[in-house]
Design a protein around this ligand. Sequence first.
Ligand SMILES: NC(=O)c1ccc[n+]([C@@H]2O[C@H](COP(=O)([O-])OP(=O)(O)OC[C@H]3O[C@@H](n4cnc5c(N)ncnc54)[C@H](OP(=O)(O)O)[C@@H]3O)[C@@H](O)[C@H]2O)c1
Length: 325
Amino acid sequence: MSTNDPATGGRRAPDRRDLLAYASLAAAAMVVARPSWAASSEKGVTFFDTAEVYGPYVNEELVGEALEPFRDKVRIATKFGFAIDGTIGRDSRPERIRRVIEGSLKRLRTDHVDLYYQHRVDPNVPIEDVAGTVRDLIAEGKVLHFGLSEASAGNIRRAHAVQPVAAVQTEYSLIERSPERNGVLQVCEELGIGFVPWGPVGQGYLTGKIDEKSHFDPKTDMRSGFPRFSPESLAANRPITAFVQEFAARKGVTPSQIALAWLLAQKPFIVPIPGTRNIKHFVENLGATDVVLTPDDLREIATTLASHPFQGGRMNAEQMEQVEP
Ligand SMILES: NC(=O)c1ccc[n+]([C@@H]2O[C@H](COP(=O)([O-])OP(=O)(O)OC[C@H]3O[C@@H](n4cnc5c(N)ncnc54)[C@H](OP(=O)(O)O)[C@@H]3O)[C@@H](O)[C@H]2O)c1
């Protein structure tokens, strides 16, 4: 899974095959419902994403129960780093990471995690100490690979110097292009690190199913507090979503498939993890691997998006403070 092959000094150009054993598109476990697990394995999906904080704990339990029969055929990624004390504070102290991995292994019903991400960089713990702790867990066989989520290019470099980073997970999509500008994609390419875009269908924005009349329940749906999901932003961004829908119809595919195919076309080391609770959406999203975007297609998408600046932040202010620029 790691692209940091010691034989080549860790400098080999990364490739999607390094990140996924069999599939070129991953299913995020956060929202995949039970009936789809068997379908996932039949379809060759082998890369599942979860985190201690999802639920909290409940999602890891679901993933553990569901994947137990397929454990040797799948790769499980999970994450540590939130305090889980009623706040959304961060806690990556080494002693806590060592405690958290034990709980994750138990809930996931496994003796190792394939990819262990720090969910958010902790300003109170030097990244070298985090990397060193995961290096120890790797030496103990509890973790196979180290990942970072929403980390800056600088912190990715510092961590990588202590323990090679196998994957970086950060929001990236047609409507969230920060990794192209802040050096994160570039550092992943340079260091041979896989890149895992979360929110690859724009947290639903790019599916053709959301518009200014959509309701996001504040009790159950965090998007209700995200600036880009306000009715005003949804209306202002209508030209972008309308273009994606129109473009998809011209290609004879769906908007979600265009969003995913666009990511797959950006770099060979990119592995998007669309999340869904819906088996039809799951199958539809997998179809993105068959969608071919020509250089003309990619040019048209780039030109159109450049002429319609996107409106609205991707998360609420508190959450944005925790992601590195
Ligand atoms: N590292 C991090 O900080 C972080 C943060 C957030 C998420 N994640 C991970 O990344 C995964 C994906 O991110 P995400 O779920 O936030 O964003 P996403 O995959 O871009 O969007 C998921 C949303 O889109 C809808 N959707 C997906 N495919 C669809 C389709 N074909 N047609 C219609 N609607 C569709 C889903 O609804 P339906 O259920 O109705 O399909 C869901 O509301 C998560 O599951 C989680 O594992 C990581």
